[in-house]
Design a protein. Structure first.
Ligand code: NCD
Length: 335
């Protein structure tokens, strides 16, 4: 695809070669993302960071990524703090905000709302998560992390064995990740969820059509016993009709160090898009995994900066100028 000036709304826009290009640029961003160098290539540019749903990582890392390229960030958080609460349409909001920004990232609780917003925007829009539908930048950083983590074992993405665990029905990160994985070859993907929260049929079908082996189960231990990646997710409480309904599923699939030692192969990488729900009744990834070298969750979050820098640089067409405006940082850094 041609990235310059494009919206990023769904991972279905990408072909495998596009992913390779994003990852090459993301690798190039490493010294900037780790704060060894800075570049001013986007000096004067403005990102409109519009988050109409709770967010920590996605909002801050998109903002940091833009800052690290030298640009400025303007934010709106919460529908209640915006004119959407006064009945303004997404169309009007998009027309207005796109007059104030060079690029926009938007998160919104309704599926396909970001696409609706983008169709009225005069500048490129990146989907920061639209309801239970998609989370393209998260899927890219997840795949980027998978690629990095398995490299040491001499593996690539093709032929991997992956378990996806938790709320696969409502989790937009796993929807986008599965769609991306359908571009690769010969994967074994085990969907571990209560029947009511299983992965939607069209995504399973897409993976099977791409030639992957997909297993559906609600048993955690046997599913994680022969995988390269165990990708855990949170029960998406905000998508349920009531907290009580979500409570029925919370804590169903807990991974801790003793389960890991007993069932997993020694190199199984543990991932999670975060936030992990660390409350007692959920605790999907126990704190006792924190010292496990295969717990990749914080490396995964770090990688979000590289990948988001890559997307901005490619869409705003400055990849070739990053170096020209770069210099080492002046301050002490230890990372
Ligand atoms: C995810 C999301 O918002 O979909 N978080 C994130 O962006 N890293 C996952 C979640 O909230 O469970």
């Amino acid at each position: 695809m041609d990235f310059v000036g494009s919206h990023i709304l769904s991972v279905q826009q990408f072909e495998r070669a596009d992913i390779d290009r994003i990852f090459t640029v993301a690798d190039m961003m490493e010294p900037f993302a780790r704060r060894q160098r800075v570049t001013k290539v986007l000096d004067g540019a403005i990102l409109g960071n519009m988050f109409f749903e709770p967010s920590t990582r996605t909002r801050v890392s998109f903002g940091c990524a833009f800052n690290l390229l030298g640009g400025e960030v303007r934010e709106t958080t919460g529908i209640q703090n915006s004119a959407l609460a006064k009945g303004e349409s997404l169309y009007d909001t998009a027309r207005v905000l796109s007059g104030y920004s060079d690029i926009i990232v938007m998160r919104h609780p309704e599926s396909f709302s970001v696409a609706e917003f983008a169709s009225a925007s005069r500048v490129p829009v990146l989907n920061g998560g639209d309801g239970a539908n998609e989370h393209p930048s998260q899927a890219l950083l997840d795949l980027y992390t998978i690629r990095k983590e398995v490299k040491a074992a001499g593996k690539g993405i093709d032929n991997l064995r992956i378990a996806m665990i938790g709320d696969l029905k409502n989790g937009r990160t796993v929807h986008s990740l599965c769609k991306l994985l359908s571009l690769y070859k010969n994967l074994s993907i085990t969907m571990v969820a209560p029947e009511e929260l299983q992965m939607q049929e069209d995504v399973v079908e897409m993976l099977r059509t791409a030639g992957h082996h997909v297993y559906i189960t609600d048993k955690l231990e046997e599913s994680i016993s022969r995988v390269d990646i165990a990708y855990s997710t949170r029960i998406q409480e905000e998508r349920f009709a009531s907290k009580e309904e979500a409570d029925r599923y919370r804590g169903r699939f807990r991974l801790n160090q003793s389960i890991y030692t007993q069932y997993c192969e020694p190199n199984t990488v543990i991932m999670h898009p975060l936030p992990r729900d660390s409350r007692m009744d959920a605790n999907e990834l126990d704190n006792d995994l924190n010292e496990n070298p295969n717990l990749a969750i914080f490396r995964q979050a770090d990688n979000g900066v590289n990948v988001r820098m890559a997307l901005f640089a490619m869409i705003l067409d400055v990849v070739d100028q990053v170096e020209q405006y770069a210099r080492p940082v002046n301050w002490y850094t230890k990372r």
